[in-house]
Design a protein around this ligand. Structure first.
Ligand code: G6P
Ligand code: MG
Length: 214
């Protein structure tokens, strides 16, 4: 009965979290703040503007709207510079084999990412041709854990949410999938992804036909 797989991008298909972390860290230094890895974990799946708001909160820094707008541009320019050399070698292990399996099994494949840079990353890594539909940060107004990004994915594929399976590495993303009445497969550790229907550490050696049985 399941007809589509909806993938988050960052941390599921490619590891761009390291570049987001680096760019936020660089920005934080401007107001004397040192972002930690634990905090970065809480920024996964969170939109650019909400990430900045969280960091400013942690830093207890009151910024003007103008300052914030300038920093958002600066962070993204830094991030774009950091990802400028991304290539297919940065696709996470097992991902291509998994995509081939689900394609052979007849599943539709869509992207459900909060990133406004998703298409650039899909192009650079050569992942673009796998996707029937791309819903990214440019197409949604509400951030995960709101289910909008995945509901738009289901709608765009002409499917009901109940027939979709979401792959997510972030707690906010798993919550979004569940709020959208979809199955959620967590990629990563059980502690952070407790709400997921199934959890796998990564895609290495995963048998799609078994994993997608519910
Ligand atoms: C993903 C990442 C977040 C990032 C967000 C927006 O959800 O996990 O770390 O902040 O996308 O990305 P963008 O490329 O639009 O700044
Ligand atoms: Mg992610």
């Amino acid at each position: 009965m399941y007809k589509a797989c909806l993938f988050d991008l960052d941390g599921v298909l490619v590891d761009t979290a390291i570049y987001h972390f680096q760019a936020w860290k660089n920005l934080g230094k401007q107001f004397g703040y040192e972002l930690t890895e634990e905090q970065n974990e809480q920024l996964k799946g969170v939109s650019r503007v909400e990430s900045l708001n969280k960091i400013l909160d942690w830093a207890n820094y009151l910024a003007t709207q103008e300052q914030k707008a300038a920093w958002l541009i600066e962070k993204n320019e830094d991030y774009l510079r950091l990802i400028s050399n991304m290539n297919p070698s940065e696709i996470l292990p097992g991902v291509l084999e998994f995509l081939q399996q689900i394609k052979d099994l007849g599943y539709k494949i869509a992207l459900g990412s909060a990133s406004k840079n998703a298409e650039i990353i899909l192009e650079k890594t050569g992942l673009m041709p796998w996707f029937d539909l791309i819903i990214d940060g440019n197409k949604v107004s509400k951030s995960k854990p709101d289910p909008e990004v995945f509901l738009k994915g289901a709608e765009g594929l002409g499917l009901s949410p109940e027939t979709c399976i979401v792959f997510e590495d972030a707690q906010a993303g798993v919550e979004a999938a569940k709020a959208g009445k979809m199955k959620a497969i967590g990629i990563g550790e059980a502690e952070t992804l407790a709400l997921a229907d199934k959890i796998i550490p990564n895609f290495i050696g995963v048998k799609a036909a078994e994993l997608l049985q519910f």
